[in-house]
Design a binder for this molecule. Structure first.
Ligand SMILES: Cc1ncc(C[n+]2csc(CCOP(=O)(O)OP(=O)(O)O)c2C)c(N)n1
Length: 630
């Protein structure tokens, strides 16, 4: 980590193999970024990890994890109108949370410059949808740069910073999952540290900053004017790449990661179409595109997710009366998932079979990785919670999941969670399900990071509108799913130890009358409390607490003299009832074809939460375990 931090602060130019997310942080340093804010979400958490690798006293900018993406955007905006170059980054769906603030940014005069780094997720690798955030750019009159690789992430961030500060407008840097995570050798420039300027340059005269009534119109006119200026600038900029294979017939327009897949796909084809790779996808460089259209008779548009380039380029060709055939998406599947080189080749083969002969169907791989369904970690407090809560539920009860590690409760063997939407949505959905419903209990779930992020309004709503729901707050002290970032209830922010904001105190402050709390490892007690909570005929909350054991165990292992502990099965006592495997479901337990249960010592963390699940007490207390004894 220290090495990465030193690298990110090198003064002389250097080159290194880095991830897109790491290249971004070096670009922030070189560009003179002063304030960065975020809320965690894949594919962006490694940006914060790279920032964390720079020792706090040498970090040339301020960083925070804010309580959610909207607040993070507001922090970055405030800093930017104060004259400091700022950045906010978050995952794709984070923009939905930030959007109420975000859509105004294009109207403002952002004197310091502001970059919004989006981690879009074609393929829904770690998101609940594959939304294409280029739509938001059009909605908000905010330019979008779209790098395809780590070196472009670095280069485009610096260009975005200059563009943003010079025009006083925000700029989006749209990354996608594999641009964030790809590694490449990147040549970095020099960096000269400067004394951090702590002067506020906020001046209302740079505004207006109050978009109401008649002021909205001049602000909107300015936003439109800037977009038109950026369009012309983009036309002459070096953001776009034109690859000439001297093909007058066929041309391809693409951007971002699909460009790399395209280069792979056409590597061995003898006759290659010309390529126009766009570095800025909103607004489009119209002159450049029109020239490309004019010099070809057929154009294929290659873009992941929605048909945004396609629609704009078709309109452009129509308005400019360019006689060219433009081929965009051909079937519904083209809207879905990531464009791998194989998919790109198949699409081209369908469009232009004369250039791309269909390839023989790929041979099935000789060794296929077994599918690995997601599951909770050994020792996870959420597992104990679901095991215990299941005993308190009636089969008719309605259970509403939320986003986090505890979402996995919907899987067998617990099957708790029949609906899921987005972070913080469960109390609201549960409230709706409780209306005109006298016969079924409604129980919903929230993680603690989510409680602070977007959960509180739904709880207030349930209280204020007197909804009869039970909320189980799965408190593990961290934002586990995205890699253990601290939150307002952790007692630590990104930079220092702070007073934790206890969830119980917040609930009491709101006036929740029925609050139960217990450690989830006390399984029988939790079952009992959930029964009591369900019996209440208004909002009741059960705080089901246990520290995240993955985090805890990682910390323990770093301690000198640490010796692992494991449970074991007393084969004389085991009656092969299999509750440990079938109802508790810890992956540590193995069962052979004769029904014999054993412990996988590589997985067991020796927490002992499983001991209570065996009706005949065959699971033995954890004892010290040294692998040599195997
Ligand atoms: C709007 C939005 N931002 C970020 C994420 C990424 N994300 C998924 S779950 C989660 C929170 C998990 O923390 P917590 O609620 O404490 O549950 P845990 O995983 O710790 O059980 C986050 C930030 C997301 N899905 N949606």
């Amino acid at each position: 980590m220290k090495q990465m931090g030193d690298m990110l602060l090198r003064k002389e130019p250097f080159s290194e193999i880095v991830m897109g997310n790491t290249a971004l942080v070096r670009a922030m340093v070189e560009a003179g970024t002063r304030v960065v804010a975020s809320y965690p979400g894949s594919p962006t958490p490694e940006i914060a990890e790279a920032i964390a690798s720079i020792p706090a006293d040498r970090r040339p900018f301020y960083f925070e994890f804010s309580t959610n993406e909207k607040v993070a955007t507001e922090v970055a905006y405030g800093a930017a109108v104060n004259g400091h170059l700022s950045t906010v980054f978050f995952k794709s769906v984070g923009l939905n949370v930030a959007s109420d603030t975000f859509v105004q940014l294009g109207l403002m005069n952002i004197i310091g410059g502001m970059i919004i780094v989006l981690g879009d997720d074609p393929g829904a690798n770690s998101s609940q949808n594959e939304q294409d955030n280029r739509h938001y750019a059009r909605l908000s009159y905010i330019p979008v740069l779209e790098p395809a690789s780590p070196d472009e992430v670095y280069d485009y961030y610096k260009k975005a910073a200059i563009l943003s500060a010079s025009k006083g407008m925000p700029v989006i840097l749209r990354l996608t999952t594999h641009v964030c995570h790809a590694k490449q050798r990147v040549s970095f420039g020099a960096w000269t540290p400067v004394e951090l300027d702590r002067t506020s340059r906020f001046d209302p005269a740079n505004g207006p900053y109050i978009p109401i009534a008649a002021d909205v119109f001049p602000m909107k006119r300015r936003a439109l004017q800037r977009i038109s200026e950026v369009r012309s600038w983009s036309d002459g900029s070096d953001l776009h790449t034109h690859i000439h294979y001297e093909h007058t017939g066929h041309g391809i327009i693409t951007a971002g990661l699909p460009f790399l897949s395209l280069m792979d796909a056409i590597e061995t084809t003898p006759e290659k179409p010309d390529i126009l790779k766009l570095g800025m996808v909103y607004p489009l460089p119209e002159k450049l595109i029109a020239d490309f259209l004019r010099s070809h008779s057929q154009i294929k548009i290659l873009e992941e997710l929605d048909d945004i380039l396609e629609k704009e380029i078709k309109a452009l060709a129509h308005d400019a009366q360019i006689p060219v055939r433009i081929i965009g998406k051909c079937d519904a599947e083209d809207w879905i998932g990531e464009y791998t080189p194989e998919r790109v080749y198949d699409m081209l083969a369908k469009t232009w079979p004369e250039l791309f002969p269909a390839k023989p169907a790929a041979q099935p791989a000789s060794s296929v990785l077994p599918p690995r369904p997601p599951q909770m970690c050994p020792g996870c407090g959420h597992r104990s919670a679901f095991y215990a809560i299941q005993k308190a539920l009636d089969p008719a009860d309605i259970t509403v999941a939320d986003i986090g590690c505890h979402t996995l409760g919907f899987l067998p063997p617990y099957r708790i969670g029949q609906l899921l939407m987005c972070m913080g949505a469960s109390p609201g959905m549960a409230a709706g399900l409780s209306l005109f419903n006298d016969n079924r209990n409604v129980i919903c779930f929230l993680g603690d990071s989510t409680f602070f992020h977007a959960g509180i309004p739904g709880i207030i709503n349930a209280l204020f509108n007197r909804h009869n729901i039970t909320l189980v707050l799965m408190e593990n002290g961290t934002t586990a799913m995205t890699g253990h970032q601290d939150h307002a209830g952790s007692g630590k922010n990104f930079n220092e130890v702070v007073d934790r904001i206890p969830i119980r105190r917040v609930l009491e402050g709101l006036g929740v009358n029925h609050i139960f709390e217990i450690d989830t490892y006390k399984q029988a007690g939790l079952t009992d409390l959930v029964r009591q909570a369900i019996a209440v005929h208004e909002l009741s909350v059960v705080i089901a607490r246990h520290p995240c054991m993955l985090k805890f165990n990682r910390e323990q292992r770093k301690k000198p003299g640490y010796i692992p502990r494991k449970v074991s099965i007393d084969q004389n006592l085991c009656q092969r009832i299999h509750d440990c495997v079938e109802r508790f479901g810890c992956p540590t337990f193995t069962r052979d074809s004769n029904g014999r249960v054993d412990i996988n010592a590589d997985l067991c963390i020796g927490d002992g939460s499983c001991i209570q699940t065996c009706p005949v007490e065959a699971i033995q207390k954890p004892v010290e375990y040294r692998p040599a004894e195997k």
